[in-house]
Design a protein around this ligand. Structure first.
Ligand SMILES: NC(=O)c1ccc[n+]([C@@H]2O[C@H](COP(=O)([O-])OP(=O)(O)OC[C@H]3O[C@@H](n4cnc5c(N)ncnc54)[C@H](OP(=O)(O)O)[C@@H]3O)[C@@H](O)[C@H]2O)c1
Length: 244
């Protein structure tokens, strides 16, 4: 397939899973647009992958996402692939933390609202493509929550639900919605977390290939068994995931 005139937008492409997705699409000849909050990281990405277009944009800020979408639309009237990847995890122990001093809803804004903003603002571009795909990066913690990350897990459970509804709404438009549900992946965000991890490149390859095939879900590594375990032995499955 000739992908040289196909356009992809990836949020959070300056690091980790997003960067691996950007690299894969760039190597396949896509025109790739990505965003993040840190201009220095984006400049480093643009040097490493010439031709990738970067923009400073906080996805939790709808107007900033609208400006990003307008800039992309000026260069590329249709968008074939939107990847909502930007996000992060905070470990919040509600019983021990100084809750008064914490921003408790940052993950809901960055992970959940960020995905909603991105998809909404790029929908005109997706509709202009003859066939388009959306990839939403949630997490295994969206299926069964981690005790160490309650708000993060809730933010990803919301994305799991969002993916299902949007899949049904977008089907008549010819826009496929794929949810990437990763286990722990080796990225700068998990450097401190000493557990077995998948490589970001492997996860990106599975995710991009799965989304372009129109799969509903891509569940790399051990997460591929999670829905079945949650049906067969829900308490045991929840206990195992809770500790990871
Ligand atoms: N690593 C894992 O184990 C794992 C597992 C399951 C799911 N995930 C999900 O995968 C996604 C990527 O995670 P990662 O591990 O690759 O993290 P990462 O290495 O920290 O990369 C996160 C990327 O998102 C950007 N970003 C974060 N918040 C943003 C915002 N509000 N607006 C715009 N850009 C933003 C970051 O750039 P700036 O900081 O410059 O904004 C960076 O480019 C996240 O949604 C995460 O929840 C990760």
């Amino acid at each position: 397939m000739n992908l040289s005139n196909r356009t992809a937008v990836v949020s959070g492409g300056s690091s980790g899973i997003g960067k691996a997705i950007v690299s894969r699409l760039h190597a396949q000849g896509w025109s790739v647009y990505t965003c993040g909050r840190d201009a220095t990281k984006l400049a480093a990405l643009a040097r490493e992958l010439p031709g990738v277009t970067t923009a400073v944009c906080d996805v939790s800020d709808r107007l900033a996402v609208r400006a990003f979408a307008s800039a992309v639309a000026a260069a590329a009237p249709s968008v074939d692939f939107v990847v909502s990847n930007a996000g992060g995890l905070c470990e919040i122990d509600f019983t021990r933390s100084d809750l008064a001093g914490l921003d408790l809803s940052a993950e809901l804004r960055n992970n959940t609202e960020g995905a909603i903003n991105l998809i909404a603002e790029f929908l005109p571009g997706l509709r202009a493509a003859s066939r388009a795909s959306v990839l939403i990066v949630s997490s295994g913690y969206g299926l069964a929550p981690a005790t160490r990350a309650p708000v993060y897990s809730a933010s990803k459970a919301a994305l799991h639900s969002l993916s299902k509804s949007l899949r049904r709404q977008f089907a008549p438009l010819g826009i496929a919605v794929t949810e990437l549900i990763p286990p722990v992946v080796d990225t700068p965000a998990t450097a401190h977390h000493k557990v077995p991890k998948l490589s970001a490149e492997k996860v990106a390859a599975q995710a991009v290939d799965g989304a372009l095939k129109g799969l509903e879900e891509v569940r790399p590594g051990a997460v591929r068994f999670l829905p079945m375990l949650l049906r067969l032995a829900p308490r045991m499955a929840e206990r195992v995931v809770a500790k990871t």
